[in-house]
Design a binder for this molecule. Structure first.
Ligand code: FE2
Length: 376
């Protein structure tokens, strides 16, 4: 399959993504760093996204949630915590997902970005589509959560199902991809696989190894929980082992990968010790499968490290080599003192031990056998 890589962007998508309170201006940082590497930028096919329709939102979200977002479209930014209504809390809007101005318009633009990626795969204009403004995996059918207002991924996967029979959703964010697992926990047509930090009190608290789906989808939700300070040596070894097993059983025909940047060393919320090169090695293996891929963003609260990470992943997906020296551009000074693309891990012992990951592997093998997980 010859490779055509599209990069989804539009001024509106970037400016709306910039408004997410916890990652203000991140989308501009990412887009500017990508543009600063001419060799990369020139290789990408750029696609403008459009706001999605209400029918697109309904592919995953409930009518009542959509109506509530609509009703709040004129609410001003920055409501004090004390003024959050009970109704807003019921829909997850408050605290980590504060109501933002034009919340309905915002949701349509964010979901529209991922739908542009989906459409480019469906019409075969692309084999790889990238949307770093997408990846909001915690949003539930009728509730915002974990900085996610709209679940662009679940909406996108629903649309992909018109063409693809066996979609592998890979979630590499440091947090469990709970919204996606819940969306597809009862079907065999989508297999969800989330690698995430897990332990007492760590958000969102779900995604234990024994959580494997429901009814006809039993066995088709996969969770690989790990402990803090995950290092590249262990992660790459087990990532390759787990994904090879799932590929062999399920034979996916399409991969959607959420590449949350909070998995990278130095994130203020994630506690992993992984580098862009570690994660790039994982993505290189998935690329070698020769399947259509949609790569999405997600978390990532060290904004410049996240921009470094996604720029590097874009280079992996396009097969372009980048200089380690960050080119001069609008946000160049944010990358000091080294002004380098690559990051080094910190000196801290990895709390993960191979025997525990071997046990998780055995548990997965048992689940796959017990529930007869196979290509459908
Ligand atoms: Fe996250």
């Amino acid at each position: 399959m010859s490779k055509n890589v599209v990069y989804i962007s539009s001024k509106e998508l970037i400016s709306e993504c910039n408004r997410i309170p916890v990652i203000k201006n991140r989308a501009s940082l990412v887009d500017s760093l990508l543009r600063s590497y001419d060799v990369l930028w020139n290789k990408l096919d750029k696609i403008q996204s459009m706001p999605c329709t209400v029918d697109d939102l309904k592919l995953f979200h409930s009518q009542t949630y959509i109506e509530y977002l609509k009703s709040q479209n004129e609410t001003n930014d920055l409501i004090d915590d004390d003024d959050v209504t009970e109704e807003a809390i019921e829909y997850g809007l408050g605290y980590d997902c504060p109501q933002i101005d034009r919340i309905y318009d915002f949701s349509r633009v964010i979901a529209g970005g991922t739908l542009a990626a989906v459409n480019s795969i469906l019409d075969e204009s692309a084999t790889i589509a990238i949307n770093w403004c997408g990846g909001w995996h915690h949003a539930q059918r009728d509730e915002a959560g974990g900085f996610c207002y709209v679940n662009d991924i679940a909406i996108g996967i629903q649309k992909l199902r018109s063409k693809f029979q066996r979609i592998l959703y890979l979630d590499l964010d440091v947090h469990h991809g709970d919204g996606i697992e819940n969306a597809f926990s009862t079907t065999k047509r989508v297999i969800t696989m989330s690698f995430h930090q897990h332990g007492s009190g760590y958000f969102p608290g779900t995604g234990g190894v024994k959580d494997c789906g429901f009814g006809p989808g039993k066995g088709y939700s996969i969770n690989i929980p790990y402990k803090a300070y995950m290092s590249g040596t262990i992660f790459i070894k087990y990532f390759l082992k787990f994904t090879a097993l799932v590929r062999k059983c399920y034979d996916p025909d399409m991969v959607v990968v959420q590449c949350g940047g909070d998995v990278i060393s130095g994130d203020p919320i994630g506690q992993c010790n992984l580098t862009p090169i570690d994660m790039g090695n994982c993505l290189t293996d998935i690329l070698s499968w020769g399947l259509p891929i949609i790569a999405l963003g997600g978390g990532g609260y060290n904004l410049t490290n996240t921009a470094r990470y996604w720029t590097y992943l874009t280079s992996i997906l396009t097969g372009v080599q980048l200089s380690n020296d960050i080119p001069d551009h609008e946000y160049f000074l944010e990358y000091g003192p080294d002004y380098e693309l690559h990051l080094k891990p910190i000196m801290v012992p990895d709390l993960n031990v191979e025997t525990e990951l071997d046990d998780i592997y055995k548990c997965l093998v048992d689940n796959l056998n017990q529930f007869n997980v196979k290509a459908v």
